[in-house]
Write a protein that binds this ligand. Structure first.
Ligand code: MG
Length: 174
């Protein structure tokens, strides 16, 4: 079903999300994809990412990096940003990946949000685990061919999602 791929919200960047508002609404656990969500694919933890995780720790969030990438990549990034928890070769979009992250953070679906750049892995994983999700555009627009093909399919899904959103908002306003 198309709805499995619909995010709950879209934000222009993982760095532009109003985390304070999420905290006020009861969110305590944040799951992050790494590649193309926080940094370009394969790039090390940069200043911006380190700063974000420092801020989130101060705010009182639990965090978990959830990646299908290999251990050395995920572990070195986690150490770089000082992430509390991380899961490599997570098996997204299987919902068990999300559940692993929540178990590590000690949060429930109702108090967790997943931030990621791919509909068919990150957002789908969140939806199947009943976790709210925020879609962000991929940082690096140049991607491998198999991802480029997925992006074309994502565009189609996003078209229907945006249309459904507009209808919902329209219905609220009238
Ligand atoms: Mg990604």
């Amino acid at each position: 079903m198309l709805k499995s791929f619909y995010p709950d919200a879209f934000c222009e960047s993982a760095y532009a999300i109003d985390y304070a508002a999420l905290y006020r609404s009861g969110v305590r656990g944040l799951i992050f994809d790494i590649d193309n969500t926080l940094v370009p694919h394969g790039a090390p933890a940069d200043q911006r990412a380190k700063e974000l995780f420092r801020k989130l720790r101060e705010m009182g969030f639990h965090t978990c990096l959830l990646s299908n990438n290999r251990r050395p990549r995920v572990e070195s990034f986690a150490i770089g940003v000082g992430a509390e928890n991380y899961v490599w070769k997570s098996g997204k979009p299987k919902p068990s990946a999300c559940r692993k992250a929540m178990a590590a953070m000690g949060t429930s679906p109702g108090s967790t949000v997943f931030i990621g750049d791919q509909l068919f892995t990150d957002i789908c994983c969140a939806n199947w685990a009943r976790v709210r999700s925020i879609l962000v555009p991929q940082i690096d627009k140049k991607e491998e061919i198999q991802i480029v093909l997925k992006r074309r399919l994502e565009k189609i899904v996003l078209y229907f999602w945006r249309r459904a959103e507009r209808r919902e908002n329209g219905a609220e306003n009238s």
